[in-house]
Design a protein around this ligand. Structure first.
Ligand SMILES: CC(C)(COP(=O)(O)OP(=O)(O)OC[C@H]1O[C@@H](n2cnc3c(N)ncnc32)[C@H](O)[C@@H]1OP(=O)(O)O)[C@@H](O)C(=O)NCCC(=O)NCCS
Length: 149
């Protein structure tokens, strides 16, 4: 997953570090951290090796009932545009449904590099619920999207 993140040119080095911390917490401290991941893999040849096509990290939103945060979704450039991102969202949403969750929140940036991201979430059924102008920096808004389950 580290290779996948480093191959994603929209993420800064700091963002890659944060994403890796979340993955580490999902694998090693899932109970205490509350972070979890859905990973999409493809078998490589006849052995046990698998290629990571993409992953999505999420967690329950503290101090809410049945609300989840979708923190991060990334698909390796080789596998983009083939429905992997959408399949990761659907798998995550099914988990939320099974746990009696009812709402998913996503936060993203309006800056140009994320333009396709907002479209991706919109295509996946997420609705813009709010915007904080200049939240990340002047001209770069925080966009809050949500989806009810
Ligand atoms: C955004 C991302 C996860 C999409 O993954 P993907 O597997 O390529 O997406 P899918 O093939 O499942 O596409 C699903 C839908 O989103 C749309 N979509 C995906 N990427 C898009 C883009 N860059 N611009 C516009 N629309 C896009 C597709 O047109 C598709 O629509 P459809 O269902 O009507 O056909 C992937 O491009 C990525 O990893 N980007 C870099 C990391 C990133 O920005 N992550 C989000 C912030 S954490």
């Amino acid at each position: 997953m580290a290779t996948l993140l480093r191959r994603t040119d929209t993420f800064t080095a700091d963002e890659v570090d944060v994403a890796l911390e979340l993955i580490d917490d999902s694998i090693n401290r899932s109970q205490s951290s509350g972070y979890e991941c859905v990973v999409a893999c493809e078998p490589l040849g006849d052995g046990d090796d698998e290629a990571v096509m993409g992953y999505l990290s999420y967690g329950r939103t503290p101090m809410t009932e049945g609300t989840y945060d979708l923190y991060w979704v990334a698909v390796d450039p080789t596998y983009r545009g083939k429905g992997v991102g959408k399949a990761l969202c659907r798998a995550f949403e099914e988990t939320v449904r099974q746990r009696d969750g009812h709402l998913i929140r996503v936060e993203t940036s309006s800056q140009e590099a994320y333009g396709g991201t907002v479209q991706f979430y919109t295509d996946a059924g997420y609705i813009e619920g709010g915007r904080l102008p200049g939240f990340y920096k002047p001209g770069d808004d925080l966009i809050i999207l949500y989806r009810t389950i």
